[in-house]
Write a protein that binds this ligand. Structure first.
Ligand SMILES: [Zn+2]
Ligand SMILES: [Zn+2]
Length: 186
């Protein structure tokens, strides 16, 4: 589904504000010093994001019929601003927060959701960068973003693989990493 620029980039503005609000709320209710439990939960949430990113892309976007169709539009026209409507991610992250808060406590829910959201925003930025930013300049040839682009371009052009956008770690763990020269005809 094609998006207006505002709706495509809305999550990039909304979620950093949500993370800042969760952090401020934690500082206000638990004291000015950052709580180790909140930080640990945030780190866990960020790690969890990298796995979620891999699993959602590999098994939902590439296997479930309706999502496969939508994601196929991005594969067919990678330069277009295509994405799910913002309420989808809002419902998912809110449900995650409520679930963790009910299973553990508010601080753990706030930390893990913040980590998860930070990972998600990083994913949005990196995915936008690899498709839209000029990364072929000499100074960027060795950059981390450029390595993300090369990995993701192989996902678009190669056989199924390289499902991780922010990191290729899970592709190595699950055996779906594509070698540099691997294309559809290889
Ligand atoms: Zn894909
Ligand atoms: Zn892409």
């Amino acid at each position: 589904m094609n998006h207006s620029k505002i709706s495509y980039y809305a999550e990039l503005f909304l979620y950093p504000i949500v993370v800042a609000a969760l952090l401020l709320f934690d500082l206000a209710s638990n004291g000015v010093a950052l709580q180790p439990r909140w930080l640990l939960a945030a780190a866990g949430g960020a790690l969890l994001w990298t796995l979620a990113e891999y699993l959602v892309h590999r098994f939902l976007y590439h296997e479930v019929a309706i999502l496969k169709q939508l994601h196929g539009l991005h594969h067919a026209r990678p330069s277009d601003l295509i994405g799910a409507p913002i309420w989808v991610s809002v419902v998912i992250f809110l449900s995650f927060f409520v679930l963790v808060a009910s299973l553990a406590d508010l601080q753990t829910a706030s930390g893990t959701t913040s980590g998860l959201l930070t990972g998600y925003v990083l994913y949005l930025l990196v995915h936008d960068a690899v498709h839209h930013w000029p990364l072929a300049e000499q100074s960027l040839l060795q950059s981390w973003l450029r390595s993300c682009r090369l990995r993701h371009v192989r996902h678009h052009r190669g056989p199924p693989g390289n499902f991780g956008v922010v990191t290729g770690v899970w592709d190595h763990v699950f055996g779906t990493a594509l070698a540099p020269g691997q294309t559809r005809n290889a």
